[in-house]
Design a protein around this ligand. Structure first.
Ligand SMILES: *Cc1c(COP(=O)(O)O)cnc(C)c1O
Length: 404
């Protein structure tokens, strides 16, 4: 049996992915092997519990797979303990909070509109309903205001301080935040969802050196299946995390996805992954520098993404820029800028990331051409037809999604 309508939509999506330039900073293209495991017979198996302690029989192979995932991810991030069952980054955060906090406890984090994540205490998220959340802020250059963070921590006395963001183009001074957390007796949690690939490749500082607990997704720069993980060096914390994961918040683990996570960790341990991440950083910096030559209103970058102020540069909101670029086959997302005066649904800028397109083989000269296409089109120096033909020309050089 086969729903042809459904499989038609699947091939439409393959075509869309092949025929556009993907610059959404949180996306990537997983390998054939990762995708094979996602779609494998591992989906058939119930395995509530953890390796060696399952509620169901027939788990010996599943135990090997989940143990392999744990072995590889702890090696990759130099962590003592890992939970690889969280279904997504949001679930990983929910589990981490549940493990360390009681409802009503205080969390100090960065707000969504300054680069944080929904699950870090946004009004529309469970996190603000179950916990008492206050925010620290960015300074005028778009970097964390560490002095402000310290003052807020001393005044608010949080039980947990959270760092790790969705739209922050700079390195984070974990040491400084850990000192503040120690000063006020708070847990220090880092959500490295966006930058996990850069950390794995040792192209950014490893937050495990300082944080009590680290959460992440596996599908962004880490280039694995859609999912979450939790890491720690603290034995008491991992016990609480596992209990919070199952039975408190999740049911049976997605062992097909856990298998795919293990493959992704394996791939990230290979020297070729470090090369890939170096290229991601180089492409991002090259593109940001190119924009600086033309409009000088981007955030700068020290990782895989940067923010472009489209309102000041081209007189278009982030929302309009996103829609205009979509018309010519370039996919980006609108993003709030630090101290943005526009609503979250409008915004003054866009977020540009190079993890996905670099997986397809984009090189430095392609990053330059991408900056020029965006600049030329948004500043109305070229029309849609020309922009589309330049996009198509670039895409010809890139690897097909199904070959990755
Ligand atoms: C993407 C992201 C998440 C959430 O991941 P989902 O898998 O979409 O739930 C959490 N935190 C940060 C910082 C993120 O960037």
């Amino acid at each position: 049996m086969r729903d042809n309508k459904l499989f038609g939509f699947l091939s439409d999506e393959l075509e869309r992915q092949n025929n556009s330039i993907e610059l959404i900073a949180s996306e990537n293209f997983a390998s054939k092997e990762v995708r094979e495991l996602c779609g494998s017979i591992l989906t058939n198996k119930y395995a509530e519990g953890f390796p060696g302690k399952r509620y169901y029989g027939g788990c010996e192979n599943i135990d090997n797979i989940e143990s392999r995932a744990i072995e590889l991810v702890t090696k990759l991030f130099d962590a003592k303990y890992a939970c690889v069952q969280p279904h997504s980054g949001t679930q990983a955060n929910m589990i981490a909070y549940y493990a360390l906090l009681d409802t009503g406890d205080k969390i100090l984090s960065l707000s969504l509109d300054e680069g944080g994540h929904l699950s870090h205490g946004s009004k529309v998220s469970f996190s603000s309903k179950y916990y008492n959340v206050e925010f620290y802020h960015l300074n005028d250059s778009g970097r964390i205001d560490y002095e402000g963070l310290k003052a807020k921590a001393l005044e608010f006395k949080p039980k947990l301080i959270l760092a790790g963001f969705s739209a922050y183009p700079f390195e984070i001074d974990y040491k400084k935040i850990k000192e503040i957390a120690t000063l006020v007796g708070a847990y220090f949690m880092v959500d490295m969802a966006h930058i996990a690939g850069l950390v794995a490749a040792k192209e950014l500082d490893n937050p495990l050196r300082y944080a009590d607990i680290v959460t992440s997704t596996t599908h962004k720069t880490l280039r694995g299946p859609r999912g979450g993980i939790i890491l720690t060096n603290n034995e008491e914390i991992i016990k609480k995390v596992n209990k919070a994961c199952f039975p408190a918040l999740q049911g049976g683990p997605l062992e097909n996805i856990i298998g795919a996570k293990a493959e992704c960790f394996f791939e990230a341990l290979d020297p070729s992954f470090k090369e890939y991440i170096k290229h991601v950083k180089e492409n991002t910096l090259t593109c940001a520098n190119e924009f600086s030559k033309m409009c000088d209103i981007n955030s700068g970058t020290e990782n895989h993404l940067f923010l472009l102020n489209t309102k000041l540069s081209y007189g278009v909101t982030g929302k309009d820029a996103q829609e205009l670029l979509e018309e010519i086959g370039i996919t980006v997302n609108k993003n709030m800028l630090p101290h943005d005066s526009e609503k979250p649904s409008v915004t003054s800028g866009i977020r540009i990331g190079f993890a996905a397109i670099t997986t397809r083989g984009a090189a430095k000269e392609d990053a330059i051409e991408i900056a020029h296409i965006i600049h030329d089109y948004l500043s109305k120096q070229i029309d849609k037809t020309i922009a589309i033909s330049r996009v198509k020309n670039l895409i010809k050089k890139f690897k097909k999604i199904e070959e990755i």
